[in-house]
Write a protein that binds this ligand. Structure first.
Ligand code: ATP
Length: 198
């Protein structure tokens, strides 16, 4: 099965494009969703996080306090690294386990931080969802009510647009309309089926 690693900056349109592939019955593996499941209440990873970071990152109901965790890692590179050492191997293994369950010509593995987390080896081909940085900011502002500065800080913490694009096998240009997006997805769908060895 051909494994397509789908990535792109914040607000570039990864979820939007992934939904279009899903509508074509392409199996989707979502790294963020797996990461959420890995830190659910009672999971070993959550216990390790509590041991490393203390009770302050755990809510009263035993779940992960995401806001507190985000703040810790945003301002502290060592804390970020500690969290990544716990989570990244588990996410990688969870993706691999999902791949092993699938029978399809190809699958889409959506990994927002594919390059930043050095997970490129999980995919045979890399598909970048791309739009200008200004458009990323406008879309996220509309969706999340974050300030321009906060969104820019997140963009600055990610690989640059130029660097990301230089690593692409395929690119979806999401600076245009949704209809155009559907056509680009269809063209890639045919390409991936033709490249697949099943
Ligand atoms: P994140 O990295 O934050 O998870 P994402 O890359 O998954 O974001 P989406 O959630 O798909 O991006 O898109 C970001 C926002 O922009 C959403 O509100 C979405 O509806 C909107 N959007 C995406 N593509 C388009 C488009 N072509 N035209 C108009 N709005 C769009």
């Amino acid at each position: 099965m051909l494994k397509i690693g789908l990535t792109g900056g914040i607000g570039s349109g990864k979820t939007t494009v992934t939904q279009l592939f899903a509508a074509l019955n392409v199996p989707i593996i979502d790294a963020d969703e797996l990461a959420h499941q890995l830190v659910a209440v009672g999971q070993p990873a959550l216990k390790r996080i509590q041991t490393e970071f203390g009770a302050a990152v755990i809510n009263a109901d035993g779940s992960l306090n995401r806001k507190e965790m985000r703040e810790r890692i945003f301002s502290d590179a060592a804390a970020k690294n500690t969290l990544e050492v716990i989570l990244h191997p588990l996410i990688y293994a969870a993706i691999q386990a999902k791949i092993n369950q699938l029978t399809a010509a190809y699958c889409i593995i959506c990994v927002p931080l594919l390059f930043e987390t050095q997970m490129t080896a999980i995919a045979d081909r890399i598909l970048i969802i791309d739009c200008p940085v200004g458009q990323q900011i406008e879309r996220v502002k509309l969706r999340d009510q974050l300030t321009r500065e906060k969104i820019q800080a997140i963009i600055d913490s990610q690989i640059s647009r130029e660097n990301r694009l230089s690593k692409a096998d395929d690119i979806i240009n999401n600076s245009a309309t949704d209809a155009d997006l559907g056509q680009q997805v269809k063209a890639l769908h045919h390409l991936y089926i033709s490249l697949s060895t099943l």
